[in-house]
Design a protein around this ligand. Sequence first.
Ligand code: PXP
Length: 240
Amino acid sequence: MERLRLGVNVDHVATLRQARGTIYPDPVLAAAMSELAGADQITVHLREDRRHIQDRDVRLLRRTVQTRLNLEMAATNEMVEVAIDVKPDEVTLVPERREELTTEGGLDVAGRWADIAEATRRLTEQGIAVSLFIDPDPAQVAATCDVGATIVELHTGTWCDLPEGRERREELDRLTLAAREASEAGLMVAAGHGLHYHNVREVVAIEEITELNIGHAIVARALFHGFERAVRDMLALMAR
Ligand code: PXP
């Protein structure tokens, strides 16, 4: 049976580490364990404020990831320089505002054409595949092709946040249509943001989507799968 490719986003392992300024838990170890479990790709977002993933993580991941390394980043000169230096297999350009909790909305490719086209050109020249994270909007799909990107990641976050009902069904229709248009235009179609164990099947059903990038739900579930063992290990150390 065919299955979609999974990129595991390990940002939130780093969030837990940064909360205390410790050296653990290490997202590099989480990446290796994800690969052992069959992940097809490791995805990290190096934010301009370095709130979770650090430069050290990206550099170590480049040396240790055995599948593909997908670096999410803003289309700024500083970040393009980092990517050209580190050479991930793929860069996903995302919009970024410092005050946001997480990535909110897709890139306005048409509105920021010059910046995005320039970043795409510089990265492609270095052999790095470029993906653009966009809302499921036909104008953004067309702009993605125009700037020369070869991959599109459709933002599923809006759909994930909507309650059951007409709006939610319409958003899923938009995702389906955008996936079809992108695929017909020759783009590789990925999707992600907000996907979890109870909503992922509806996105898996969209034929043209061949890859999902999932982070928060996997890191959250991993906590509970390991909780019992973690308490037992501590109890064992407390025996006199
Ligand atoms: N794809 C992109 C472009 C993202 O920015 C993120 C969040 O960093 C994800 C996928 C993963 O989202 P989540 O953590 O909600 O699964």
